[in-house]
Design a protein around this ligand. Structure first.
Ligand SMILES: [Zn+2]
Length: 270
């Protein structure tokens, strides 16, 4: 049970968090406008801007990335299909196992739904599992060796109450980061991004000698080995990902039950 002071501290932190989040969003919009960074629908590429602000500590590099955006069409189809397959199978496995565990699984948001209903949404980078408006689990699927904290922190800034599950398929690794538990660190991360963003907007950067933008496509040397390894890693690790998600949901529902019981006991006391 939290003390009154601890509860107040959490509320104050939440207020600062929301303030910084709003401010950061404005800065990202202004940067997108300044550099003409829009997607094919004409929307500002705020996710790309925030990723870049989180990723580079050198202002000169940030300016280079914004002025020479990398072409994304150089990704080999093999990687794209590996990623699609992993997401596709994970969605189905989650659906099956969550239903077996007694949860009501909805395909999509269809108006009203009860608290324990679960929604499974495939996204461009992985899968989001929403548990009746109380908790979100973001499963980020990485099929290669690449990994940045910048991207993970961005997800947690966008969805601060989420628990993030990083699934590195070929590395056979599953890493869990609970957004609520690293609130203090996320505040620091947001402050750093804000400082960089405002400096860039005000033109406070100097040319640097680094080379952050690389346009050479990645060449696959051993496609057979890559596919063999990927498919076996996928089959080996998918049950652990599902189990990790189920554990997070169970522990979250356990927390809700405990806090409800505590409230009932408190009400009896009065
Ligand atoms: Zn630099």
């Amino acid at each position: 049970m939290l003390t009154k002071e601890a509860t107040q501290q959490i509320e104050a932190n939440n207020e600062i968090f929301e303030y910084l989040r709003g401010y950061l969003d404005e800065v990202c919009s202004s940067i997108a406008e300044k550099y003409g960074l829009y997607d094919s629908h004409g929307c500002p590429r705020k996710a790309f801007v925030l990723d870049t602000l989180l990723k580079y500590s050198c202002y000169g590099c940030i300016n280079k990335v914004f002025t020479q955006p990398r072409k994304t069409d150089s990704i080999d189809k093999l990687f794209l299909q590996n990623h699609k397959l992993a997401v596709n199978l994970l969605v189905e496995q989650l659906r099956h196992h969550l239903k077996s565990a007694g949860f009501k699984v909805e395909e999509e948001v269809k108006g009203e739904y009860g608290r324990l209903d679960i929604i499974i949404k495939p996204t461009g980078t992985g899968v989001i599992v929403e548990i009746g408006n109380t908790i979100e689990i973001i499963i980020e699927v990485k099929t290669g060796a690449s990994f940045t904290y910048a991207q993970l922190f961005r997800y947690l800034i966008e969805r601060p109450n989420a628990v993030l599950v990083l699934w590195r398929v070929t590395q056979r690794q599953i890493i869990v980061i609970d957004g609520g538990k690293i609130r203090g660190l996320l505040l620091m991360v947001m402050e750093a991004a804000l400082n960089r963003g405002t400096a860039i907007l005000n033109g406070y950067y100097e040319e640097c000698s680094h080379n952050p933008v690389r346009n050479e496509p990645y060449v696959i040397e051993d496609a057979q080995g890559l596919v063999d390894d990927f498919l076996s890693a996928l089959a080996e690790t998918i049950p652990s990902v599902v189990e990790t998600v189920l554990d997070i949901i169970r522990s979250h529902l356990g927390d809700i039950e405990t806090s409800q019981q505590t409230m009932e006991v408190e009400n009896l006391d009065h």
